[in-house]
Design a protein around this ligand. Structure first.
Ligand SMILES: Cc1cc2nc3c(=O)[nH]c(=O)nc-3n(C[C@H](O)[C@H](O)[C@H](O)COP(=O)(O)OP(=O)(O)OC[C@H]3O[C@@H](n4cnc5c(N)ncnc54)[C@H](O)[C@@H]3O)c2cc1C
Length: 389
């Protein structure tokens, strides 16, 4: 199966918007923490968040493979903004797959078109379900909805006029996933300590004090949650590969540029442009195949986790090599090589972080071995979503 065709008028319009609206502000996004809100709204109007959504959902009816290609194009210019594209398109993906009509009707089209910007505060829940940490948000059932308390340390693409999509454990058992508008009573945002990169992502601390979540804003109730997370997880993890691919492509451009003047000495470096480009092409092909399977709802999670880990590893390798190719020039604050290094580290620490991926892969393979040793058939292998309960 081929990768997304980036030569169509749809992709050309996006490339032009990146060249004219994003490239001039990349430096300010990285060093002044400028949040590219206008770029995000305009990208949404071009269909930049809705490739995996149908026309009736506000999308362009392509697939997750094309959504990954859009995120890649943005990441080739700016890794931080590529993360925002992932946040926004993932919220569209979550809403698309919600079994509950009211929440889809309230938010899906506006999110798909970039009219309503949205953040995904799912790191804590995803880490909790993988047995890494305790869940931070707690919900209690009440008439017509739930009341939620707790806080999430870092959620990007949120703030005034935005939506956040998060998950909480429920007092009577199970979990819910829900949308929360910034105007909800009892929801507070606080600034985070300064980051070394990604400062332009409007990443805030979200605090919930008795926030009422109406049933109309619930994406999954406790009885729907396990099947729902199983449906959305391959897609949102695959979506992040676009950030890594874009950053690697940016790094390859730096290497080519540096080789024009210092290629005679750069050839002694470990990771050469041609090798990294070949590794990138292989991972992009895998991503396109898995993304089309995820769109249809038939991807097993293990190859997705392995691909996502491989993308983190390649991104780190490419960014290291790019700065070594560029030399002292690449160490200047004005040079993209040092920015790429900080962006690449983010790909490997944002949930699912490289260490988290390796743990989940280990747990799944371990469970499969144990079942094999117990003489159970391979197809009965199951991995608990609720490893931390
Ligand atoms: C720039 C940036 C943007 C992010 N955007 C999002 C987002 O949009 N959505 C989202 O859900 N997550 C977001 N995160 C969180 C991210 O996905 C990871 O969950 C987070 O980096 C912790 O992962 P870890 O592997 O370091 O955690 P671990 O090393 O496994 O554990 C760290 C533990 O310490 C706690 N902790 C550490 N420092 C603090 C602190 N200052 N305040 C409170 N708790 C702390 C964490 O909650 C966690 O339990 C963002 C992080 C960064 C740096």
């Amino acid at each position: 199966m081929s990768q997304a065709d980036s030569a169509t008028p749809f992709f050309q319009a996006i490339a032009e918007q990146i060249r004219t609206e994003l490239a001039p502000i990349t430096q300010a996004i990285d060093q002044k923490g400028l949040y590219p809100g206008d770029f995000m709204h305009h990208l949404g109007a071009l269909g930049g968040f809705g490739a995996a959504l149908s026309a009736s959902e506000g999308g362009s009816g392509l697939s997750l493979a094309e959504q990954i290609e859009i995120t890649t194009q943005v990441g080739r210019e700016c890794g931080s903004t590529a993360f925002l594209v992932w946040c926004q398109s993932s919220c569209g993906w979550y809403l698309k797959h919600s079994p509950n009509t009211p929440v889809r009707e309230r938010y899906l089209e506006q999110v798909a078109r970039g009219e309503l910007l949205a953040g995904t505060g799912m790191s804590n829940a995803v880490k909790h379900l993988a047995g890494i940490e305790k869940i931070h948000l707690r919900a209690q059932r009440e008439d017509g909805g739930y009341v939620v308390n707790g806080s999430l340390p870092w959620v990007s693409n949120v703030g005034d006029g935005h939506l956040a999509i998060v998950a909480a454990s429920v007092e009577d058992g199970g979990y819910i996933m829900f949308a929360v508008p910034s105007t909800s009573e009892g929801l507070e945002t606080r600034a985070c300590l300064e980051f070394s990169g990604l400062e332009g992502t409007q990443t805030l601390n979200l605090r919930f004090r008795n926030v009422h979540v109406p049933d109309e804003d619930v994406l999954a109730h406790p009885e729907q949650f396990a099947a729902y997370v199983k449906r959305i997880k391959p897609g949102f993890v695959l979506g992040q590969t676009g950030m890594g691919f874009g950053i690697v492509e940016g790094c390859l451009a730096i290497m080519r540029e540096s080789n024009a003047s210092t290629g005679h000495v750069n050839i002694f470096l470990d990771d050469q442009e041609a090798d990294l480009a070949a590794q990138l092409a292989a991972l992009k092909t895998q991503a396109a195949v898995l993304a089309r399977q995820a769109q249809a709802g038939g991807t097993p999670i293990l190859p997705v986790l392995k691909l996502r880990a491989a993308v983190s590893e390649l991104t780190l390798k490419a960014a290291n090599s790019a700065v070594l190719h560029a030399g002292a020039k690449g160490y200047l604050m004005l040079h993209p090589a040092q920015r790429r290094l900080r962006e690449a580290v983010f790909v490997a620490i944002v949930t699912p972080a490289l260490k988290h991926l390796r743990k989940e892969i280990h747990d799944i393979e371990q469970a499969a071995h144990e079942q094999h040793d117990a003489g159970l058939p391979a197809q009965s292998t199951r991995y608990s979503l609720f490893a931390n309960q």
